[in-house]
Design a protein around this ligand. Structure first.
Ligand code: ZN
Length: 301
């Protein structure tokens, strides 16, 4: 065997093995910041789960803007997990739910905005159902709330960030993040591809352009309103090919509230005071966003 042939085999072997595993239906996620190396198998029962539309809270007036708040993960999918010095376990799914509920309460208290939650308790909601709920309710804004992990051995990474959809993940960090968050989709045994198959490609593209501009504008408002109240990562504005942001007609952002693996972030994420701060910032950004939209009529809505 020539050196060149050997080199070719060595280079192609990992890809061939990965392809073989894929063909067998196994999903091998890339370990991220020391995350455990796990095989995920789809759960057939969840793949067939019917989409449940949540109730809409707030003003009865259907012309009022509607925000769909999505608490990431849930049920048997805990999301990111952190452990403190005393061995206490912090699961992302509980943190995201608590922030989502706090944001709902804040919005209802302020009034003028209708609110729906993709989940209001600890249950699994298949990933494609989340943006689909926003679409079916004809929401004006979709906010998916998450918390991040930097791995068990790393407590130095902290801060919030906000993601919008990109076809091409804009940075390596974003690409890794997309791979990880999209794993929840495989966990539920549902492929991303079917999410918007009933919408024609052209409409999707046109709609998505406008939707993307609105999502970016909202992300900018979150950073502006959060500047003095929240700690952000150095480059908090990110984009990634996230399945949960794929509604073509609802401006969607994914808010990474902080790191469950960082002590300072945990103190914010797991206390009522900290949650109120996140909810306050997001609620202010929402109010400004809708106020601006109301000022620019005749946009084809
Ligand atoms: Zn998450």
């Amino acid at each position: 065997m020539s050196y060149r042939t050997l080199l070719l085999i060595v280079l192609l072997l990992p890809a061939a093995l990965l392809g073989g595993a894929k063909a067998l239906g196994l999903v091998i996620p890339v370990p991220i910041w020391g995350r455990e190396y796990v095989l995920h198998f789809p759960f057939a029962d969840e793949a067939a789960a019917p989409l449940e539309l949540p109730g809409v809270e707030g003003p009865e007036d259907p012309t009022r803007p509607l925000v769909v708040i999505d608490a990431g993960h849930g049920g048997r999918d805990p999301g990111a997990v952190g452990t403190d010095a005393d061995g206490r376990r912090f699961e992302e799914k509980a943190i995201t739910l608590a922030i989502a509920l706090a944001l709902r309460d804040e919005l209802l208290k302020q009034g003028g905005v209708r609110v729906a939650l993709t989940r209001a308790d600890d249950r699994i909601v298949p990933l494609p159902h989340r943006p689909e709920i926003a679409r079916l309710l004809e929401a004006d804004l979709f906010i998916s709330i998450h918390a991040d992990s930097a791995g068990d051995q790393n407590d130095t990474v902290s801060g919030a960030s906000i993601y919008t959809l990109s076809n091409e993940a804009s940075s390596e960090a974003a690409a890794r993040f997309a791979a990880r968050e999209n794993d929840a989709d495989r966990l539920n045994g549902i492929t991303i591809a079917g999410a918007s198959k009933n919408v024609s490609a052209i409409l999707v593209e046109l709609s998505q352009q406008r939707t993307q501009e609105d999502a970016l504008a909202f992300a900018g408002l979150v950073l502006r309103e959060g500047e003095s109240a929240l700690a952000f990562v150095p480059q908090p504005r990110r984009s990634a090919a996230l399945a949960v942001l794929r509604a073509p007609d609802v401006p969607s952002v994914l808010f990474e509230s902080g790191f469950v693996t960082n002590q300072t972030d945990r103190a914010q994420l797991t206390t009522p005071e900290g949650r109120a701060r996140y909810a306050g910032v997001l609620a202010r950004a929402i109010r400004v966003y809708f106020a601006r939209r109301a000022e620019t009529p005749g946009d084809g809505e």
